[in-house]
Write a new protein. Structure first.
Lengths: 361, 303
């Protein structure tokens, strides 16, 4: 049994089902992320784990014990709030000492524990400051130090990096990974930012409309999305949909509207005539004046309709003769040439049959 | 240049009228009072002529009288006591009320606040007289209280014309002045702080005592000042609802000006009252600043 078991948990607000029969098992020492767009129920689920909200149905178990009767202050879990929620009338030390005082830790031990927690979050020397004297990143660290000082079983983080600017967010991501490794505490992390989820997590649960769409490792979530929603929500994705025309030798052919037949490798059997979607990552698509001949690749002629020059890569939107748009990503790795194609250039896009991922519907 | 002059003129246009008002109706009367306190009372009230027999009649007689006759210091201390009791009782009643309003759904808050200030729509004296009826010997309240006392074999007690009546009315009149600043403070509190405290292991009492209360202190101090200062100088309530023992410093001052017609001594009492109120308010502000501390002073230092 997993450390934290969420079993068939449901939460309704009037007619709205915020969390719909969700079951997840989170292992000890895991960095687990609940990922989804706003309103998908991830924060509601986190608040139920913390105890601020109670499920209408289902159970939440920690080490096999049902938490239903325990208020937040009596759960061995700590939450890091999006707004940090530092106590403005207490110093950094006062904030970090607070949970120790609440736990009735001997007064003589508190200073050493506070100092150790501040060291964990690299805030030595900031103990006497007040929250308003700290930067966003420092406040964030105080919030994490305060949550970790009593060595909780689980740390819950509610979009903790959302208020930071991009550069600082990246730094804090690396720190969070290191910190989690160091303290070995189970992290349950909520975010709507898919790159953050991919970078940080051991496993991700992608949520939509109160339901879990897929629970998997980041590389599998990205590479093998189980539903159309996951494919679309995580990163950029070309989604080609249509009925299955043929299924032979581990290759499925679908009739993708204007593009005509598109082939994709599968490892399961799919009935002919059933609807399906091919999820195709832009970076797996080749774009050239003429696609190399003599392969079994899917290949389509078109013109560059739009391009986004991003520095390291360029995103091309190619419009095929039938009007379908295909997004392709090209690394600007060749020195001396910033861009390969201009808007209006005739090009050919191609991809091997094993580049796409087939999603049955 | 011209623009700068224009802004300066604009500034005076804004600051000027209230400043003028304060000078005419506050500063000058206070100065007159200070000057009067060094004069001799006139034979038929008012002040004796300033120049008599070719010399200025300026003296410290009234001050000497205040400090030599202990009755005035006693009345003064009693007034401070009543004002303190009123402040504490208002705080005890207003805190839960303000907290309730701050926590109620937004659409009800304005209505509840309106109810708090509703008494201001009727005249102060009328509201005080209303208490004469409520506390009167034939009213239900007195009959009930004395009925219960009778069961225990106790003599009936009058509710009206007593310290009890004075205190009840003092609290009633000043309660909104405590509720409003407390509400203004509590309404701004961030629920996330209480959630965080709870998550960090604080029970309901600890959340109140360690988070809500310290953060509400500016409201507490503002409310306390707004209640204590007017309660210290009140005279109408003891006049109407109090017994002979309930004469407060405000009553004595009123007496000096309207009955005894000893303006210099009335002025001395007024000055002592003003200074005492200022000292106590200053003390409260100093304590407030030290408690809240360091955040605000550090903010000033950075600004």
């Amino acid at each position: 049994m997993a450390l934290l078991e969420i079993q068939n948990v449901t939460r309704r607000f009037g007619d709205f089902i915020a969390v719909d029969n969700v079951s997840i098992g989170i292992e000890a020492g895991e960095f687990f992320t609940l990922l989804g767009p706003s309103g998908c129920g991830k924060t509601t689920l986190l608040r139920m784990i913390a105890g601020f909200d109670l499920p209408d149905g289902g159970r939440i178990l920690l080490n096999g014990e049902d938490l239903a009767g325990r208020p937040p202050e009596r759960r061995p879990m700590r939450m890091v709030f999006q707004s940090y929620a530092l106590f403005p009338h207490m110093t950094v030390e006062g904030n970090v000492a607070f949970p120790l005082q609440m736990a009735k830790a001997p007064a003589a031990e508190i200073p050493a524990k506070v100092a150790a927690a501040l060291e964990d979050v690299r805030l030595q020397g900031f103990g006497k400051r007040y929250p308003h004297e700290l930067s966003g990143g420092q406040k964030q660290r105080v919030a994490i130090g305060r949550a970790l000082v009593t060595h909780p079983t689980v740390l819950l983080l509610d979009e903790p990096l959302a208020a930071l600017d991009a550069k600082l967010r990246e730094e804090m991501q690396i720190e969070l990974i290191n910190l989690q490794k160091e303290v070995g505490i189970t992290f349950v992390y909520v975010t709507h930012d898919q790159t953050e989820a991919l970078a940080l997590s051991h496993r991700i649960a992608v949520m939509s409309k109160g339901q879990v769409e897929q629970v998997d490792e980041p590389s599998r979530i990205y590479g093998f999305p189980r539903t159309r929603f996951v494919a679309d929500f995580i990163g950029h994705c070309n989604l080609l949909s249509g009925p299955v025309l043929a299924n032979a030798g581990g290759v499925v052919t679908i009739d993708a509207g204007g593009l005509g037949p598109v082939r994709v490798a599968v490892d399961s059997t799919v009935g002919v005539g059933r609807p399906g979607t091919i999820a195709l990552r832009p970076e797996k698509i080749r774009i050239a004046s003429t696609a190399p001949a003599g392969t079994s690749d899917n290949r389509y002629r078109g013109t560059v309709a739009e391009l986004l020059y991003m520095g390291d890569v360029t995103v091309y939107r190619v419009e095929t003769s039938a009007g379908t748009r295909i997004e392709a990503l090209l690394a600007n790795s060749q020195s001396g040439r910033a861009k390969f194609f201009e808007v209006g250039d005739p090009v050919e896009v191609s991809w091997p049959v094993d580049a796409g991922h087939f999603i049955a519907e | 240049m011209a623009h700068q002059q224009a802004t300066r003129a604009g500034k005076w246009l804004v600051v000027g009228p209230p400043l003028l008002y304060l000078v005419v109706f506050f500063a000058i009367p206070s100065l007159i009072m200070v000057l009067a306190s060094f004069r001799t009372p006139g034979e038929f009230g008012g002040l004796a002529p300033l120049v008599e027999d070719g010399r200025f009649d300026v003296n410290l007689d009234s001050y000497a009288r205040f400090f030599s006759e202990s009755i005035y210091a006693e009345i003064f201390l009693k007034s401070v006591g009543y004002a303190l009791l009123t402040t504490v009782a208002c705080l005890a009643l207003a805190y839960p009320l303000a907290s309730l309003i701050a926590k109620s759904p937004k659409k009800y808050r304005e209505l509840l606040l309106l109810l708090v200030i509703l008494p201001f729509w009727s005249n102060f004296l009328i509201r005080v007289y209303a208490w004469m009826i409520i506390l009167g010997p034939n009213a239900a309240l007195a009959r009930t209280v004395n009925g219960i006392l009778g069961w225990f074999g106790h003599e009936p007690v009058p509710l009206l014309f007593s310290s009890f009546a004075v205190l009840v009315c003092l609290v009633y009149v000043h309660l909104p002045f405590m509720v409003l600043p407390l509400y203004a403070n509590l309404e701004k509190h961030d629920q996330a702080l209480l959630d965080a405290a709870q998550d960090l292991g604080a029970n309901a009492w600890q959340r109140f005592w360690r988070i809500t209360f310290p953060l509400s202190l500016p409201g507490v101090y503002a409310g306390a000042a707004l209640v204590f200062i007017p309660a210290l100088g009140i005279f109408a309530i003891p006049d109407i609802l109090g017994g002979p023992e309930d004469s407060l410093i405000g009553n004595v001052i009123k007496q000096q000006f309207l009955e005894t017609r000893d303006w210099p001594f009335g002025s001395v009492l007024s000055i002592v009252l003003t200074v005492a109120a200022l000292v106590l308010a200053g003390l409260a502000a100093w304590v407030a600043r030290r408690n809240l501390a360091t955040p605000s002073s550090a903010r000033e230092a950075r600004a």
